[in-house]
Design a protein around this ligand. Structure first.
Ligand SMILES: [Zn+2]
Length: 104
């Protein structure tokens, strides 16, 4: 017959199994006190997501993130910063690249 005796020494626990010896394990950390309903709600009061503030691009009037290059026209502060290609341009470029690869 196998009997187990569990001895607790604070963090560490000893599990003595007759005939098999013993094993040492530690107990998982658990909250020491119950959390009240209100304390849970108080913490959760900051979980709500806030809507991002968008500004209109001065050139194309589309909604963009403030202090960022407009992804639609590629302008920042009235200056062309990045080259934005249209979908058809992109398709064309990709097709030509594919054909070039095929020829090689
Ligand atoms: Zn723009």
């Amino acid at each position: 017959m196998i009997q187990t005796i569990v001895l607790n020494f604070g963090y560490w626990s000893f599990d003595i199994i007759s005939d098999l010896g013993f094993r040492i394990f530690y107990r998982m950390g658990l909250p020491s006190k119950r959390r009240t309903k209100q304390s849970k709600k108080d913490r959760a009061s900051h979980f709500a997501l806030k809507a991002i503030a968008l500004t209109a691009c001065p050139d194309c009037k589309k909604k963009i993130l403030p202090h960022k290059v407009c992804p639609y026209c590629g302008k920042y502060n009235g200056r062309q910063v990045i080259k934005v290609e249209s979908l058809t341009e992109r398709k064309k470029r990709r097709e030509t690249r594919y054909e070039q690869k095929k020829n090689i």
